[in-house]
Write a protein that binds this ligand. Structure first.
Ligand code: ADQ
Length: 459
């Protein structure tokens, strides 16, 4: 069995239950192969500190964690400036929020090169390398330049926009050419794969050998849609855990006479939060029977607060929630409870289960795991209803949710009303079909299918 080498901007200790994300998804595969996980060190050092480039090596069971120290100036421009100031907004179709600045791109390149220089000496000829997300698009090209011949795959967790949006990035040719250094590129959805295909044929004049194989720059690139999933059993177990049950009991007691709607998001402009609150206002205006009977609990975890656009969205949301509560609330009822904070992971399933409706309405999202978590946390005898944006990657799979266009305030309000009055039988049928999909395409399916395809792509 080849050793798995995982590379991502940040890493977590796969043995810690709170780790979540990739640590959960790939922890088993890493441990089974005695794998290596490489990324940036959490300690960002000051510019001029001679420790820049130093490695920290830790053992976590059978897994070796290696992190590299990056100097503050470069790290900020690579992470905040380019990855989150240019790539995140553009890849979420928000050209208006992108901060195109050439200096940042240089730092992005430099940090990727530093990663490659520090990782390359640690590699063995038979390793399988799996690079994650938009922070590290040029990493394989930098590794190849150092002579690496290993199999290298890449997974993009965020959407890939249509060609003319991508082409707004000043160095888009360089960025997209860098993908050809990978043997396999994985995307979240068929829509993303279509965008890649049309970009490559129109902008890069690549030869399209098949729907998944492209030739350009003297290399062949394979690409596919690998929708990421959950560790369903682990999440179901969390739902039965003490913390989740306690949360469920508290919510039921506090909201005994109300129906709960829930939203759980990182506070990010891609998540469609202002649009969601406007839909709630329309619901309350158009359907007065929902007043006093329904409450939205919206949890928005602080995220990337040092980026300007995030401060703006926070103020907008606070204004909207305050105005709705002011206009409609009463001494014994508020339509919206808005919390700007992270809720402990083991309590979240209790909150989901207490809620009759989940609102997952991003304007654009790679996948959105909250949608899947909500379904798994339901009581199948009396499940809640998922209202899901058609612009989340998850909508390609979760067609039994109530799919909405989050820009259509009235349509979304109508879907929320429909969710609130949906008969039990329909709720059960929809839930059963959703859960079957989520179980079938779980995180183990995701990692195995990607890694098998990577091995095939590069025999
Ligand atoms: P995110 O944009 O972070 O991830 P998502 O897929 O919804 O979005 O995952 C968020 C995770 O964080 C979920 O497990 C959720 O429970 C948790 N979470 C969110 N808000 C929270 C809060 N307020 N308190 C506590 N926990 C909270 C990126 C992409 C997604 C893609 C994932 C995985 O943007 O599209 O689905 O990676 O590939």
């Amino acid at each position: 069995m080849s050793r798995l080498v995982l590379v991502s901007n940040r890493l977590a200790d796969p043995r810690k239950p709170a780790a979540g994300g990739l640590a959960v998804a790939l922890g088993d595969a890493l441990a089974a192969s005695g794998g290596l996980w490489f990324g940036a060190d959490h300690e960002v050092i000051e510019d001029g500190d001679p420790r820049a480039g130093e490695l920290r090596v830790q053992r976590a069971g059978r897994v070796t964690l290696v992190t590299v120290k990056v100097a503050r100036g470069d790290y900020e421009r690579y992470y905040r400036g380019y990855a989150n100031g240019v790539l995140w907004p553009v890849f979420h179709y928000r050209l208006d929020l992108a901060q195109f600045d050439a200096g940042h791109m240089d730092a992005y390149r430099r940090v990727n090169r530093l990663f490659a220089q520090k990782l390359q000496p640690l590699l063995q000829p038979d390793d399988v390398i799996w690079v994650h997300d938009y922070h590290l698009i040029p990493l394989a090209a930098e590794l190849r330049a150092l002579g690496c011949q290993q199999r290298i795959g890449f997974f993009l967790h965020i959407p890939l926009p249509p060609p003319l949006i991508l082409a707004a990035i000043p160095a888009h040719e360089w960025l997209m050419q860098a993908l050809f250094a990978y043997d396999l590129v994985g995307l979240q959805s068929e829509a993303d794969l279509n965008h890649l295909r049309s970009y490559l044929s129109s902008e890069a004049r690549a030869e399209v050998f098949s729907s998944h194989r492209f030739g350009a720059f003297n290399r062949v690139l394979r690409a596919g849609a690998f929708p990421i999933g959950l560790d369903v059993d682990a999440f179901a177990a969390l739902t039965q855990g003490a913390a989740a049950r306690k949360t469920l009991a508290t919510m039921r007691e506090q909201y005994a006479h109300r129906r709960l709607l829930v939203g759980v998001d990182r506070l990010d402009y891609s998540k469609g939060l202002p649009q969601r609150l406007r839909a709630i206002r329309t619901l309350l205006e158009r359907h007065p029977e929902t007043r006093y009977s329904a409450t939205l609990i919206q949890i928005a975890a602080p995220s990337r607060e040092e980026v300007d656009a995030y401060g703006d969205i926070r103020r907008e949301l606070e204004g909207l929630a305050g105005a709705i509560n002011g206009d409609f609330g009463d001494l014994d009822w508020m339509p919206i409870r808005y919390l700007h904070r992270t809720v402990a992971r083991n309590r979240i399933p209790g909150l989901y289960r207490a809620s009759a409706v989940a609102l997952v309405t991003p304007l654009r999202d790679g996948m959105n795991l909250v949608a899947k978590e909500y379904v798994v946390a339901q009581d199948s005898a009396d499940p809640g209803v998922l209202v899901l944006s058609r612009f989340a990657g998850a909508a390609e799979q979760l067609t039994d949710a109530l799919l909405v266009n989050p820009y259509d305030t009235e349509g979304t309000a109508e879907a929320i009303r429909r969710a609130l009055v949906m008969p039990l039988e329909e709720r059960r049928q929809r839930h059963e079909r959703l859960l079957a999909k989520i179980r079938r395409y779980d995180v183990h399916w995701w990692s195995k299918t990607f890694l098998d395809s990577l091995l095939e792509a590069h025999p």
